[in-house]
Design a protein around this ligand. Structure first.
Ligand code: NAD
Length: 508
């Protein structure tokens, strides 16, 4: 197997169009089942749905559609595993060893995982192979080490000794979106496992593949039965909703749309159950007149078009100081036109397909609303040479009014609007003018100005002279309607555990 994967890795980076290997074709030909108690399980509903490749619009595989009985079964299995204590009561060091092993296994299986992720999402193999899959492995490597270093707290107070330590919560529900499937699943799985919880994961119905493949890897890693469970299916009035409204769940970590967050919050009231929400965004880049324009253009292109613009941290609104607007605009558009859009299974491709036809139509719905004085400078449709699939050329629009839906809504596609500004106070107000507050990127050489603006902007993450630089210890999350709570480093451990304090009065 190892040699087979090595050959596949070489094939991926060769730059040729990759042919899906036989062993993955055979894997895809079997229906994707739930994973409960360390076993693949048919659904009680006996219903399946078709998973479609968004680039070719061909069927990829069948997936079981879970009903309430399936969800209850997964929760019961997870609870029994938790109560047995084989995982929850394992010394942290031992848990860390298995969690680290999960990261190692993902790296070993990097090539098949990258191919599956690209087939499922339409994103370029360059991104899955170089980015998403290694980053998923890193989530396990990071948390296995980070959590091990966590100390227990001891306070002496006269005759008393207070000791505080973490305990697992129990059974946690993880609900994830389609834009970074395995990466975002593992971002939650790793700390939840490290804290000793049992898990029920519901991946997005649009991207079930890598979660299925990963479930098989948990067997190899030696995770005790019932600690990690996966149920497939839809969200609203379906598997997702059954999961989050079940009183047997101790916490819900959700990443997805703000409107879904609202619905889940209502369901979670049944507990009330602890929640952490990573929601939508409408990020902004601000370019002042003293910015290093060449670098700013490069990074702003990534911030707008990486993952076809389907990143919560993307900055589809770009505010440029009037003195450099023309120069920035010309450079930006020239480079946007050069982005290679095409077959996701070719290492040289930099933009693939959007997640599917329905989403493509939603994005195009915004593009079609462009009318004078608004102006599509480039893009606005499927690239001419691509005949089918959910492809959209990098699209740049200018003169969009700030109160227009294109400026306000999360479009979640490769659509960037350019705005010119004159004054710092004016641009701060404009950046703050949406319901979202996730991220912003500021470009200037004046560090006093950069600090001032980052304080005035209502977002959870600000990058100065860069974009998407991540450190997993940093509190991650959004302000306003972009989230509830923080994940990352200690914050993830806090979310997935409960502090217990014990006070001992010494006998005199
Ligand atoms: P979505 O909200 O439609 O779906 C996310 C998940 O929730 C899916 O698994 C879905 O089946 C499930 N779901 C839907 N309705 C549900 C319900 N009523 N109860 C329980 N589960 C339900 O989001 P999406 O379209 O998959 O993902 C795109 C969104 O995710 C964008 O808004 C994006 O900004 C956001 N996102 C945010 C972050 C972040 O860190 N803030 C990261 C990635 C994506």
């Amino acid at each position: 197997m190892e040699t087979q994967f090595k050959v596949l890795e070489d094939e991926i980076i060769s730059g040729r169009d990759i042919v899906v290997p036989e062993f993955l074709k055979s894997w895809l030909s079997k229906p994707k089942l739930n994973f409960i108690g360390n076993e693949p399980c048919e659904s009680n509903s006996k219903k399946v749905f078709c998973n479609i490749n968004p680039a070719s619009e061909e069927d990829l595989c069948w997936v079981v559609m879970s009903d309430k009985v399936d969800v209850e079964r997964a929760i019961k299995t997870a609870r029994e595993a938790f109560n047995r204590g084989e995982w929850a009561q394992l010394p942290q060091k031992e848990r860390a060893r298995i969690v680290k092993r999960l990261g190692d296994l993902i790296l070993e299986h990097r090539a098949p995982l990258a191919i599956l992720e690209s087939l499922d999402t339409g994103k370029p193999i360059f991104e899955t192979f170089e980015g998403d899959i290694p980053r998923a492995a890193n989530n396990f490597h990071f948390f296995s080490q980070f959590a091990e270093e966590e100390e227990k707290l001891v306070f002496e107070n006269g005759q008393d000794e207070h000791t505080s330590f973490r305990e697992p919560l129990g059974v946690v529900a993880l609900i994830t979106p389609w834009n970074l499937p395995l990466y975002l699943e593992t971002w939650k799985i790793a700390p939840a496992l490290m804290m000793g919880n049992s898990i029920v994961l519901k991946p997005s119905e649009l991207t079930p593949l890598t979660a299925c493949y990963f479930a098989e890897l948990t067997l190899q890693a030696g995770l005790p039965s019932g600690v990690f469970n996966v149920i497939h299916g839809f969200g609203d009035k379906a598997a997702g909703e059954f999961l989050v409204s079940d009183p047997g769940i101790d916490a819900i970590s959700f990443t997805g749309e703000t409107s879904t967050g609202r619905a889940i919050m209502r369901s979670a009231a049944v507990g009330p159950t602890r929640i952490s929400f990573e929601l939508g965004g409408k990020g902004a880049t601000v370019i002042f007149e003293d910015a290093d324009l060449e670098t700013a253009v490069q990074e702003t292109l990534r911030a707008g078009f990486r993952n076809q613009g389907q990143i919560c941290l993307a900055t589809p609104r770009v505010f440029v100081h009037e003195k450099v607007y023309g120069k920035f605009r010309d450079l930006f558009v020239e480079k946007a036109k050069q982005i290679k859009v095409g077959n996701p299974l070719n290492y040289m491709t930099r933009m693939g397909a959007l997640i599917g036809r329905e989403h493509w139509e939603k994005v195009m719905g915004y593009v079609c609303r462009v009318e004078a004085p608004m102006n599509i400078i480039t893009g606005g449709d499927r690239p001419r040479e691509i005949k089918r699939g959910a492809f959209l050329a990098p699209t740049v629009i200018e003169n969009v009014p700030l109160d227009h839906a294109i400026s306000r809504d999360e479009i979640f596609g490769p659509v960037v609007s350019l705005y010119s500004f004159k004054e710092e106070v004016e641009v701060v107000k404009e950046v703050n003018s949406t319901q979202y507050g996730l991220s912003a990127s500021i470009w200037t050489q004046d560090m006093n100005r950069a600090q001032r603006v980052s304080k005035a902007i209502h977002v959870g993450l600000v990058w100065i002279n860069c974009w998407f630089a991540r450190d997993l210890r940093v509190p991650f999350g959004g302000q306003k309607r972009s989230g509830v709570g923080r994940e990352g480093g200690k914050h993830s451990l806090d979310f997935f555990s409960e502090w217990k304090s014990v006070c001992i009065r010494r006998l005199s």
